[in-house]
Design a protein around this ligand. Structure first.
Ligand code: KG4
Ligand code: ZN
Length: 342
């Protein structure tokens, strides 16, 4: 089955073609970073309009790259949520319309399921069951994954998502948008141990996260530094480093707890913050000690992309998922409401 995947839930237009026999045939991405940079964050209406601009040209591009004609496609998968409702509607209505015109089925994909299954596009791919640490701009959660669609949430963030905490902290340090990668880059110049930030919620049992206090701690530390005239780039870098280490440590401690609690020996990281190298290194060291295994997608498939949507859609199509001919998108959509494929 050859399936075209469309991702348009936020500020990236991602298109890809996945073939159930040959694997990923092509993928293309248009990032809206430049468009939103001057506003310091994503402007939903601008995002929707930009998806309109890029979606069809990128669809043609991936078809060409895969050496396929439109009529060779067997199905279309699109992100139906969670995300920005206008942005979702662009991908959903275009995907549905293309499917109708081509006389093929379309399947609605949950964005977070896409992220969660993205490591399975790699070789070697993780096998079920696994614990997934899903860390993106909108979500932070640990889930026990027994099969496609069987997601038991072990713990979520009570407030900011990890990516959101990175973005907000970057903003208050005067870095640009998107904050996560910029903060990570600055942290490279920082010296470890100059500042020590709290590790939120690690003393309490359970697997819930909270990152908003850490953001406030960073703000206070930076303001204190400014007050004492110590607002050098090095101080900023040291603060970025302390923040990043606190987030990584917290995610590492909770992931270890999840592995021990479930008795599962496979950990998967997914979502944009999964691109963070210190997080990957920290988790790798932890799983080595636990005699477990770590899997993650390539950097490009940690952040939003069409490949993960094509792949998740393909699995659902092959399992015979059918949908009525209506376009339904959801800004909010708990992942544990999905149907299991088994
Ligand atoms: O998964 P994603 O592309 O979009 C959502 O579904 O939210 O995640 C985007 C998030 C942003 O908050 C971004 O700052 C963060 O992932 N991010 C990073 C890094 N690369 C992206 N955070 C920390 N370090 C990175 N290298
Ligand atoms: Zn995402």
């Amino acid at each position: 089955m050859k399936i075209l995947g469309i991702e348009s839930s936020c500020d990236e237009t991602g298109l890809a073609i996945y073939d159930s026999e040959r694997g990923l045939l092509a993928h293309a991405l248009h990032s809206q970073v430049k468009l939103h940079a001057e506003y310091g964050g994503v402007v939903p209406e601008l995002a929707s309009r930009d998806h309109v601009r890029y979606l069809l040209p990128l669809a043609e591009q991936v078809l060409k790259e895969a050496g396929l004609e439109r009529r060779d496609l067997d199905a279309i998968a699109y992100t139906a949520g969670p995300g920005l409702i206008g942005a979702l509607m662009v991908g959903a209505s275009t995907g549905r319309a293309m499917a109708l015109a081509l006389g093929i089925p379309a399947v609605a994909v949950h964005h977070m399921e896409g992220h969660l299954l993205a490591p399975m596009l790699e070789d070697p791919a993780p096998e079920f069951p696994f614990v997934a640490l899903l860390v993106s701009g909108g979500h932070t959660l640990l889930a026990e994954v027994r099969a496609v669609g069987e997601y038991k949430i072990l713990g979520e963030s009570l407030d900011d998502a990890a990516g959101e905490a990175f973005d907000k902290t970057a903003k208050l340090l005067g870095l640009g948008y998107p904050g996560g990668p910029l903060l990570a880059k600055l942290a490279e110049q920082g010296e470890s141990g100059v500042y020590t930030f709290p590790r939120p919620m690690i003393d309490r049992p359970g697997l819930k996260f909270s990152f908003s206090g850490l953001k406030t701690f960073t703000r206070n530390t930076w303001q204190d530094a400014v007050k004492t005239g110590d607002e050098s780039e090095q101080t900023k870098a040291n603060i970025a480093r302390a923040f990043e280490e606190a987030v990584v440590d917290t995610l590492m401690i909770k992931s270890r707890r999840a592995l021990r609690q479930t008795g599962i020996k496979t950990l998967v990281i997914a979502g944009g913050v999964g691109a963070n190298l210190r997080l990957r290194q920290g988790l790798q060291a932890m799983v080595d000690k636990e005699r477990a295994q770590l899997f993650y997608p390539r950097i490009d498939f940690c952040t939003d992309n069409g490949a993960m949507i094509a792949y998740a859609g393909c699995l659902r199509m092959l399992a015979g998922q059918h949908e009525p001919l209506i376009i339904n998108t959801r800004a909010r959509w708990p992942i544990d409401e999905l149907d299991s494929l088994t």
